[in-house]
Design a protein around this ligand. Sequence first.
Ligand code: ADP
Ligand code: ASP
Ligand code: MG
Length: 813
Amino acid sequence: MKVLKFGGSSLADSAGFSNVAKIITARTTRSIITVSATATTTDTLHLFIETEDKFSAKELLAKLFQRHKRIVDELKIEGSGALLEQFHQLEQILIKHWEAHHSADVIDQHLLSEVFSAGEYLSSYILHALIKSHGYSSHWLNSRDAIIANGPTLESKADLVASQKAWKALSLPSNVHFIIAPGFIASDEYGQACLLGRNGSDYSAAILANLCDANALDIWTDVSGIYNADPKKIPQAKLINSISYREAMELAHHGAGVIHPKTIGPVRQKGIPLTVKNSFAPDDPGTVIAPRCSNDAKVKAISSQGRISLVSISGSYLCDTYGAAERIFGCLARHHISIILISQSSSEYSVCFAIRQQDAAIAKHALKEEFARELNQHQLDPIDTRPNRSILTVVGQGLIQEKGISSKFLSAISSGGANIEAIAQGSSELSISAVIEDNQLLSAYHRVYAEFFDRKRQVDLFILGCGNVGAELIRQVQTQRPYLDSKGISANVRLIANSKYYCADDALDSIEWRPMLEQSKESLSNEKLQQLLLSGRYVNPTIVDCTCSDEVSANYADYLDMGFNLVTANKKANSSDMDNYRNIRQSASRRFRHFFYETNVGAGLPILKTLDSLLCSGDKVHNISGILSGSLSYILGLVEEGIPMSQAVSQAKEQGFTEPDPRDDLSGMDVARKILILARELGAELELEDIELSSLLPKNFNSTGSIGQFMTSLPKIDEHFATLFSKAKTDNATLKYVASFENGRLHVGLQQVSQDHPLYDIKGGENAIAVYSDYYSPIPFVIKGYGAGASVTASGIFSDILQTLPHREQELA
Ligand code: ADP
Ligand code: ASP
Ligand code: MG
């Protein structure tokens, strides 16, 4: 004998019933079939009984029955008259129950059990009639005659011994193909109706499998088995082929709604294999749950449970008092409150446990009564209940042997900024759970999934600014996709914004983003970014600032506080006042976020990274001098070759070497910001005002007016520069616009450099820095290379982006 169970998701409409009938009749083995109510029916029955107004309640019920009648009509069941008569009688009983419920002083849970299980009766009636109309013999069995249960009426537990007796007393016909029975419902020892808990039809099926010594139990649902995460949360979740009874029980207990947690007990007792199968893809193999499994992955799956309250009891009473825990948990047990997770401090000063939110008020009240004396005498602190919590759990047989799983699990959760309020590692060591706030769940779920199951290292990019550099970066990310794929890295552009609007789409990489952005009418705000982040869809979300906007840079601490990594080419924030500079770094370290800005100095040249490694290895930097402006390096290179200054500036402007207004480069402010950033990297606490800055433009030259006016007046300084350069030449030297940090002082200006100076040859847009340190002295160490332009800057940003990826030391599953 085999037992099959079909859930409400498989029986949503007439097509669902036809499909189920097909699955059943294709397997002609003698079977018991247990069914749930059609999808949403149980919730409607709850609403019906809670509706105060009789007319509205009846109307709700009538609609429910009409829906079921429509299913019968559409199925074209022969001789459906008897079936409709059964419906009519059930509807009348439910109306009588509504009247009794609303006129009684005390709630009768047996009556409620009859009401809530009406959906299971309706679907079992329909399926029984449908199977018969297909020409198969079928017997309808009232599960109340077979399953005897005890405990809380709406969440009873089967008494397998009493049920076995009841089963033996049944006289089931031996010659029928199928026995159809409603799930969810049972009788207590007095024969009154009771329920097996929400989602309990799985459990009904397992009990029936136990009673008839079935050789297999199949639970048919709307997914192809048990996945390593809820496929509704993680679409790329992977199917688990086989899982042990204990692991399945742990997963179900911690919220993997695919099977009811009590389902395993009755089949485990008799060693009956259980398969979870998809009624919409019946040929898929499904997941086999059996005593042992062939899949020895260390971490098998993650699951979560929402709507949890975390209760903490603390105070001196708990120290060294024998039986304190017994009093707490005994009190909860008397009120039928089940505890999902317990965590106790090693000092025994506090106990904290998680319960369902709906039980929290009763639990608090009961505990206050139980500990009234201790609370009054301040031996206990006021009982603390925190609602809106979720539990996130990883499950796997291998947790026992494997080191480091807890630390990976907990750091994956906290890397998203979630605060872990309680931790429990099951004594079975099959699971580790953490309690966090509900609104952090989705993001933590994704992070934990990525940590344990996603072999790919991923970064999701939010690109602010899509001018030359931003657009080039997007192009590079798109072009590099195949190469990164081959290295197990996935870098995805998820959002692009310009100063006015933004567009966000998970497929931004594969579509033309420019028309999409042009059509957008939405501007980006911090609230919007926060909202996107909370959707939990993004892995390793990283904001990339390709603007030169003050406004964007003012948001850095907020971005990091939200939980983004930050990569920036914009120098504004790092050269702002020291308080802001520190603040950004504090946000990054508080939220364990990355903040990278290599392109702030020398575009793509690895200057900051190198300095950092030097300092980490114990070197002391005494002096830095550098040519940090590609445009000035280009202009002065031309002047050195004899081209007048005005022409050199025009040429640089035409070739895109300068900012649209060349004065932004010639003023030296851009260079000043860079040397300040370098000095701060070396620990100097200096401000922009501390820099001795001499503009490249002579003091007496009037550089005001429009860009055009400025360019026209430029020839006035040609003579000045020609003289300076010819003088330098006579000294066997040349002129460079040099930034230096020496003896704690910053200087930026035109400087004569001799032929043996490391910066003597730097021209044509090149950048260079010479670093004099303990290890590199008297010959400095020099980094030089092309230091301007969209391609090198974008590639420097790209390299920073890749630094945000987590390291993978080993694969766990
Ligand atoms: P039924 O109506 O058949 O009883 P349920 O809705 O109760 O179906 O259970 C199936 C659902 O369980 C799936 O649609 C899925 O969203 C959810 N689920 C949660 N965790 C898991 C998991 N680890 N594997 C598969 N499904 C899961
Ligand atoms: N119909 C019940 C519920 O919705 C039982 C079940 O579906 O298993 O909880
Ligand atoms: Mg279910």
